[in-house]
Design a protein around this ligand. Sequence first.
Ligand SMILES: [Zn+2]
Length: 288
Amino acid sequence: MRYLSLLLLALLGFGCLPVQADGLRFALVKTSETQTRDAFTIVGGSWTETAIANHVAILIEHHAATLLFDTSLGRQVDQQFESEMPWYDKPLLRYGKVVPVRDQLDRDGIRIDRILLSHVHWDHASGLADYPEVPAWAPYEEIEFSQISTPPAVLPSQFKHPIKWVPYSFGEQPFEGFAQSHDLFGDGSLVLVPLDGHTPGSVGLFLTLEDGRRFFFTGDASWRLEGFTGPREKFWISRRMVDNDRERTRQQLEKVHALMQAEPQLTVVPAHDERVQRELGYYPHWVQ
Ligand SMILES: [Zn+2]
């Protein structure tokens, strides 16, 4: 009986250990930026202030695999943008000089094992074509959305080449206030959660470093941190251009808002927030 109790204690103790993966680290690979008006990015923003929208992919080194969360602007982005983006949307969405992820990583001999997409919008999926050999993970709904959606948010030419799609569904394990989640390696260090609304299969990614520091990559649920701290929606024209389901997107803003209040130590990283990302630094700088 005593052994059984010890065994139970050991099991319980194991369950209480902080979740983490040894040596896990990540880097923001910046490919480009878009200069815009503050007011275009968030409701109630300033018309006189400039805002910078970053374009990044998150490079993640886990001992089991090297991952990209999003692919950012790729080698063929000019061709994709010029041929498919409607002329009236181009001025708002035009980006500066591009250094594709694959150019930056090949230079250093970094091989990617798996791509995870926060969602399939053009500025997140452009680099997929540069990694045709790498499995691309996305929820079923999001892969379907890539096949039926149209410009300006989705550019069909980005999905014309053979893609090694790995569709997945979330399990019923609650995580951080989300009813469903998917623990990528079963060690709690990288956990995907649904953030549907901006697109039907948008996802967020929680990352926990060895020392317990935690990050939440939130894709485009909001372009800016202020969208969550407010919570504040996107500017109405931008919202109508890109948010697939307004009400659902608003609910996600509120959910992340509540999470940030409950966990002030959590670093929330919206996909385009230049201020948040500058603080973390860019590849070849690693956060570890
Ligand atoms: Zn988007």
